[in-house]
Every structure is written in C-alpha cells, then in structure tokens.
Design a binder for this molecule. Sequence first.
Ligand code: SAM
Ligand code: FES
Length: 347
Amino acid sequence: MRELIRRLSETHSLSVDEYESLITGRDEESARLLRTLAVKVRREIYGNSVYVRGLIEVSNICRNDCYYCGIRRSNGNVERYRLSHDEILACADEGYGLGFRTFVLQGGEDSYFSDEVLGGIVRDIKAIHPDCAVTLSMGERSYDSYKFLRSCGADRYLLRHETADREHYSRLHPAAMSWENRMNCLRKLRELGYQVGCGFMVGSPYQTARNIAEDLKFVETFRPEMCGIGPFIPHKDTPFRDFPAGTVELTCYLLSVIRLIHPAVLLPATTALGTVDPVGREKGIMAGANVVMPNLSPVNVRKKYELYDNKICTGEESAQCRECLSNRMRRIGYEIVADRGDFKKAV
Ligand code: SAM
Ligand code: FES
C-alpha cells in the first residue's frame, strides 16, 4: 500500500487494478498517509483557503426518474416548485452581499428552463455581478443549448458522470437514460470551454470497488476542473429506500485519492457528507477537499429540494448558513475566501 500511495502521489496515475487494491486494501494507516499527502499538496496550491459557492436550487421539477433521487418524476409526495427569474436574481444579490463570487444554479431537468429563460438569467446575473462566476448544474442538454448558455456567460458546468461503468449506470437509471449520453455531454461541455465538474456517489446501490476504481481512472483521464463526490443517502420515496448510505470513511479516503490524482482539482466537501456526519464537511476538508457550497435558496423551498432523507441546512437563512460554514472552517484552521475561486491552471 505504501508503495502504491507513494507512486500515486508522484505520478498522479495508477492502473484500474491498482486503484481497486487501494480501495479493497485500505486501513487506518493508508488513510492517514493519503490524507497527509493530500493536505500537503493542496496547501502548496491553495494555502488554507476554502472556496465557497452559493447554491441556488432553482427547481425540483424533473423529467428524469433516477432511482436514487428524491425529486425523481415518479415521486408523487414532492411538493413541486420552481424559482422565477426575479427570485433567482434576488438570491444572487443576497449572496453577493454575503461575499459569494460564484453562484451555482442547480435543478431538475425542468423544461421551463429553456435556453431563452435560463440564458436570460445567466446573462442578467453576469451583467449585474460581472466579477462573479456562474456555474450551471441543470443536467443533460443538447450541444447547441450548452453552446448558447456559454455565450450568455456561463463559466462552469457540473454534471456528475454518476458511474464510469455502463452496466452499473443501467442499474441506477431507467432505460430511457443513457450512460453514453451522459459521457457525451461532459465531452461537449469541455469542448465548449466550460470548466467542467464530473463526480459520483460513494456507496451507491450495487457499486463495487471495481466500479470506484473505474471512476478514479475516469477522473484521471478526463481531468475535470471540479469533482463532486458525496455519500449516497437513501430517500424514503425511492426504489432505493432500503439501501444503506455511503460512509464518511470511504468518501474521505476517496477525496484524498482524488486530490493526489489531480492536485489542483476543485473538490467540494458536500452537503451529503455533512448529512451523514455532523462534522462530515470538516472531515472532508481535512482529507483534501477545498470547496464548500452553502445554500442560498429561499428558505421556503429548501425542504422541497430533498434529494435524500434528512438533508441539512434546510432551515437556515443564507446568512446563517454562510456564517456557520465560516465558523466551521475557521475552527479547523481554514479561511473561506471571497473570490471566484477559479481552477489554478498553472498546476
Ligand atoms: N439534474 C441535474 C443532474 O442530474 O445533474 C442536477 C441535480 S441532481 C439532483 C444533482 C446530484 O445529486 C446528482 O448528480 C446525484 O449524484 C446527487 N444525488 C441525487 N440523489 C442523491 C442521493 N439519494 N444521495 C446522494 N446524492 C444524490
Ligand atoms: Fe448550512 Fe451550517 S452550512 S447551516
């Protein structure tokens, strides 16, 4: 294990078999070594800065039916909502006042957000706050749509690949959704000049160590600017209600591995990590993550954007959430910084 970890930290690459061994053979000692190396390399690039992204959950209406997701189309128990253009702009204004310089617009695949509507929102946020980055996380769209949104000023796009294994993908999604399309979307986004984020859930149903090893190889070869990983958490109204949640231990272990694969990657300590453990986000940062995403959505919609059970940060005002995360980071020796927090290209 020591030799594998040393080689990973020097060459940033292992074979799929080796990644699998790193997962199946892990123990407290390998976790500690990975964590130490991951924190060291992150410190060299980003110091003790943690970037914040203001998350605006624009809609919980979705045409898709992913088996793991609480806002899937078939869930009749969800009270559906979408935010208007003006509500989204108001969230961004409030966030700007709180020091946010990146806004993430995330939502289900809601046809209301046509190119015209979404493009108008992006254009207006960029016009009012030209010093801010806009990240979209609105699912699979066409090349022309991604192109248009980019021309409206969108800088980044988050689209988790979910799993690098086609067969595993088909066990997480209905037949109408395709792994090929997901992967093609990521390539289109890259080609259009977005800073791109891929990612996956840790401990998703039927996931094997081999699957995760393939995910790591995908991260190594695709070289995303961002990578979102968090534990799978069951939602009571989905087909996966009885599956266990992913663990903090494995998620943090993988955060360290990903930091070593791709030292400059922007790596969030996710809300899901904070949901499975009250200090999960702190553990994520101490394992090598360098981004947190406080919630900027209006408080009255937060509970409705419930991707999984017991999601945290649904009762707090945006200012409280921002303040809470600043304090949490400060307590472990990190500072939240108010800038766009771009990927460090030189590294
Ligand atoms: N519709 C967009 C998309 O599919 O990319 C963005 C919204 S989607 C809800 C954002 C991410 O939430 C998904 O990529 C998935 O990995 C994560 N997610 C959904 N359900 C989850 C669950 N039960 N536990 C943990 N993460 C979940
Ligand atoms: Fe949202 Fe603590 S991060 S309340």
